[in-house]
Write a protein that binds this ligand. Structure first.
Ligand SMILES: NC(=O)c1ccc[n+]([C@@H]2O[C@H](COP(=O)([O-])OP(=O)(O)OC[C@H]3O[C@@H](n4cnc5c(N)ncnc54)[C@H](O)[C@@H]3O)[C@@H](O)[C@H]2O)c1
Length: 383
């Protein structure tokens, strides 16, 4: 018989949409085969009683509080999930690090680049284990694309596109909330909301942009406030970033173009994430719109061939789910947490891991450069 694995007791700070998603993922933990960690949601902190109350159904929450510091300071909490509005990131992430608590921090990891640097510095000082949330690359098709791109089979890189588009803000009558205000979402707007998802795979492949040209669009400038009266909606809805990246095989300084697209107003899109990379010898493309397939380009006997592969249900950590069954958003959250907790336990091996602080900082440098590019209508260097 296997020895019982002691539980890792998780405190969730921010009991909204993403706090609930984590609770649901942990409820499915038994799907993972031979995972070294057994998480349990032990604490929840949120100023909204109704948001906290939802977690009563778990039957495992022992500490329910309106004060996040209670969870950060509690010795019976082993690690934290920080899923709060962007204007709260710095205070709570730094506070968690100073309290000596490991954590998974939601993106964008600080409301802006300066805040992200201060959080990173607090983490360095304290030595806690920290990763950044980005789950969409855990789709089997996305991982297949990543594996192909890093294998060298694409040859010299010609062009890369990565994006996340949804239509959540298409309805002008949708009331204002914290995600639609610069003061709470950040001046980077949609890039703070969706940008880390788009940056994660390219940055993991070493494709860090050397120059940024941005086209930012504020389409809906007013939304109904709590009393129905229109209030200013001062956040970028859509962002198109044209980037240049040093081509890794060339010694003459050639750069290749890369596009990062983040849109909250993309008619017809529900939550579409995609990644495409084209090289002289091969190519690959994956989109969550067609989640069961990934396309690969290569030349066979002089013929140019795009072929369709079906990667099945195989992500990073094996599960009891049949290999032919469909994979979805909730599976990505389960897989991201499986890698985060395995990594923390020193058991990840060479598997694809959760986004790092360095990747979050690199993404923030690009978003910061995008604001400067938009202001000056010119290409600028991230710094
Ligand atoms: N990874 C993803 O796919 C994904 C998707 C959506 C949002 N997010 C990120 O998750 C974070 C939270 O977003 P959300 O959609 O869950 O927002 P949300 O508005 O649904 O939930 C945020 C919760 O934080 C609570 N909160 C506010 N101040 C707090 C404080 N001082 N202490 C404790 N709780 C506090 C709010 O009451 C609310 O319940 C953001 O960083 C966002 O960018 C990630």
């Amino acid at each position: 018989m296997r020895a019982a694995v002691p539980p890792v007791r998780i405190g969730i700070i921010g009991a909204g949409l993403m706090g609930r998603e984590l609770a649901v993922a942990i409820g499915r933990w038994v799907a993972l085969v031979d995972h070294p960690v057994r998480p349990v949601v032990t604490g929840v902190a949120d100023p909204e009683p109704a948001a906290r109350g939802w977690f009563d159904r778990l039957g495992t929450v022992r500490i329910s509080t309106d004060d996040w510091r209670r969870l950060a300071d509690d010795p019976e909490i082993d690690l934290l999930y920080l899923a709060v509005p962007h204007d709260m990131h710095e205070q709570i992430y730094v506070g968690a690090a100073e309290a000596g608590k490991d954590f998974l921090g939601e993106k964008p990891f600080g409301i802006d680049h300066a805040a992200a640097e201060r959080i990173a510095e607090a983490v360095r000082r304290s030595g806690v284990f920290v990763r950044v949330s980005s789950e969409l690359p855990f789709f089997p098709g996305a991982l297949a694309a990543w594996n192909l791109a890093r294998s060298g089979q694409l040859g010299e890189i010609l062009e890369v596109r990565s994006g996340l588009s949804h239509s959540s803000d298409l309805n002008r009558a949708k009331p204002i909330n914290w995600k639609r205000r610069a003061a709470t979402c950040g001046r980077i707007g949609v890039m703070g909301d969706l940008g880390m998802h788009v940056a994660h795979l390219p940055l993991r492949l070493g494709w860090e942009p050397a120059s940024v040209y941005a086209m930012l669009d504020d389409v809906v400038t007013e939304r109904p406030g709590p009393d129905g009266v229109p209030v200013r909606c001062d956040t970028w809805d859509n962002a198109l970033l044209a980037l240049r990246v040093a081509e890794p095989t060339r010694r003459d300084g050639r750069t290749f173009p890369m596009l990062w697209e983040t849109k909250r107003i993309a008619p017809g899109q529900s939550n579409t994430w995609w990644f495409e990379a084209l090289g002289m010898d091969g190519g690959v493309r994956f989109s969550t719109r067609t989640p069961t397939t990934v396309e690969r380009f290569h030349v066979v006997d002089g013929e140019q061939v795009w072929e369709t592969l079906q990667p099945g249900h195989r992500s990073v950590w094996p599960t009891v789910t049949g290999a032919i069954f469909e994979f979805g958003f909730l599976d990505t959250i389960l897989q991201m947490w499986a890698t985060f907790l395995a990594d923390r336990a020193g058991a990840l091996g060479d598997r694809f891991g959760t986004a790092t602080i360095e990747e979050a900082l690199a993404a923030h440098r690009v978003f910061d450069a995008a604001l400067r590019s938009h202001e000056t209508a010119s290409a600028v260097s991230p710094r």
